[in-house]
Structures are given as structure tokens and as C-alpha cells.
Write a protein that binds this ligand. Structure first.
Ligand code: NAP
Length: 244
């Protein structure tokens, strides 16, 4: 196995934290980013020689210069894994929650992914992976901004995959779409069907990236669910009372 230089944004908790642990355990050089510096420090303590940290808010104007300084510290980057994201169930349509979600999942996402794409374009090769969600595959009334921003992410990655062909670059793309995962992102007061644990999801995501899968829905139950959703005409879909 060749050692790779992997940078993960959103590695301080949840799915990103578990993915980072897998790359660290496999002996890769791992760069981790997020806003909570104490959690980055904790993760670095697992393997101080192989882990590089960078405090970074993807919504801030200085995010790309911080990203570049981490790339420089690591002597380059082979894989960028974008995991950072926020989301809410927002039936009351709280305006701030809707806009904050757009800010992080669209604007922050684009800021980071575009930077990684241009970096790999200059280098001639690389791999961009992200954790989007199955929530992007159909419009979900309980989480309008979350669902729409995840659709944006699915679409944006597809656009870049085509741009990669136009530019004759050799960048790989992996869009990982999990169903419900037990992390801080979910509201603890709710019951979520087919809830998965973050370690399980991270392992499947890790394998999908190693195999250079273009799209990976996690897990097989959600593959069936999404296939079923796709068969439902929009005029019927919009009349369904889907709460969770
Ligand atoms: N949980 C689910 O059911 C589920 C299902 C499908 C997809 N996903 C997706 O999986 C990804 C990870 O979420 P999670 O479930 O693991 O939740 P989580 O534990 O809340 O993790 C979210 C991560 O995003 C980072 N983040 C949020 N805002 C950021 C910002 N402005 N700048 C930099 N980093 C930021 C957080 O780091 P800091 O707070 O330290 O900055 C944290 O590391 C999200 O994109 C989410 O949409 C989750």
C-alpha cells in the first residue's frame, strides 16, 4: 500500500472523525480540519507524527489560505475528503437555519471543493470525495434547505466530473450518500428509522473511496429506498406526508 496525503474537512466529530481514524490506522499522512481546535488536537494525539491539523471555518474568507498552508505543511495532497456540513429538520421554516445551511453546505462546500479541484488540475491528478446524503435524491419537506443543499452537492460534483473530462485532467470523484447516521447532526429527540452507526458508515465510505467509486449510497437498505423513491412521480411525491 502506498502512503497517501489525505486532507479531511469536518474531522472533529461524527463521520469525518471516524474516517480520519481509519486513514490514520492505515498509516497514511492525514491532514484534519474543522473549527474545534481541541478536538483536532485530540485526534492528532493518536499518531502525532502522521497527523497534521489546521483550524478552519469553511465559511470564512481565509479558509482557502488556511487549506493551502495545510497542503504545504504536508508536502502536497492526493485526496481531499469534504465531510463538513450542517443540517436541521426545520418544519417551522426558521429563516436563519435555512440560510446557515445554504452558507455551509453550498457556499463553504463550493469554496473548498473548487480550491481542491484547481489544485489537482494544476497537479494533473488527484481525488475528491465528499459526504453528501440520500437527502439530495428527492425533495424532503421536513428539511428543505438540507435536502436542497445536498442536491446541490450531488450536482456540483457531477459538473466537476464533466469539467475534468473537458480539461483532460485525471481527477477522480466519489460522492458518498448515507442515510440516517447516529451523530450530533441528528436531533436526539426523534426516532430515525434504519439508523446506522458512524463507524459502520465510515468503513463503507473508506472502501468506496479506495475503489474509486463515483457514487456510493450507504447502505443497501437505502439503495432500495432511493430506487423506490425515484419511481414515484413528483405529483404523487408532493402529496405524501413523509415526516422522517
Ligand atoms: N448524520 C446523518 O444522518 C448524515 C446522513 C447523511 C449525510 N450526513 C453528512 O455527513 C457530514 C458529517 O456530518 P455528521 O453526521 O458526522 O455530523 P457532525 O458530527 O455534526 O459533524 C459535522 C462536521 O462538520 C464540521 N463543520 C460544520 N460546520 C463547519 C464549518 N463552518 N467549517 C468547518 N467544518 C465545519 C464540524 O466541525 P467543527 O464543528 O469542529 O467545525 C464537524 O466535524 C455532513 O455533511 C452531513 O450532512 C450526515
Amino acid at each position: 500500500m502506498t502512503t497517501k496525503r489525505i486532507i479531511i474537512s469536518g474531522a472533529t466529530s461524527g463521520i469525518g472523525y471516524e474516517i480520519a481514524k481509519l486513514y490514520i490506522a492505515d498509516g497514511h499522512k492525514v491532514g484534519i480540519m474543522g473549527r474545534r481546535i481541541e478536538l483536532l488536537d485530540n485526534l492528532k494525539s493518536l499518531s502525532p507524527g502522521n497527523v497534521y491539523i489546521q483550524q478552519l471555518d469553511i465559511n470564512s474568507d481565509d479558509a482557502t489560505s488556511r487549506f493551502q498552508s495545510l497542503i504545504d505543511k504536508m508536502g502536497g495532497m492526493d485526496l481531499y475528503f469534504h465531510v463538513s456540513g450542517i443540517g436541521y429538520q426545520n418544519v417551522s421554516l426558521d429563516y436563519n437555519k435555512e440560510l446557515n445551511t445554504v452558507e455551509t453546505n453550498c457556499k463553504g462546500f463550493t469554496r473548498m471543493i473548487t480550491y481542491a479541484f484547481n489544485y489537482f488540475s494544476d497537479k494533473g491528478c488527484g481525488h475528491i470525495a465528499c459526504i453528501s446524503s440520500i437527502a439530495g435524491t428527492k425533495g424532503l419537506g421536513v428539511s428543505p434547505s438540507y435536502s436542497a443543499t445536498k442536491r446541490y452537492q450531488n450536482h456540483y460534483i457531477q459538473c466537476l466530473a464533466q469539467l475534468n473530462t473537458i480539461r483532460k485532467n485525471k481527477i477522480h470523484f466519489t460522492d458518498i450518500r448515507p442515510g440516517f447516521v447516529a451523530t450530533n447532526l441528528l436531533n436526539n429527540d426523534h426516532h430515525y428509522p434504519m439508523l446506522m452507526n458512524k463507524e459502520y458508515v465510515a468503513k463503507i465510505a473508506y472502501k468506496a473511496v479506495a475503489r474509486k467509486r463515483r457514487v456510493k449510497i450507504i447502505d443497501w437498505r437505502y439503495i432500495l429506498l432511493v430506487a423506490g423513491w425515484r419511481l414515484i412521480p413528483n405529483c404523487i411525491w408532493e402529496r405524501l406526508r413523509i415526516k422522517n
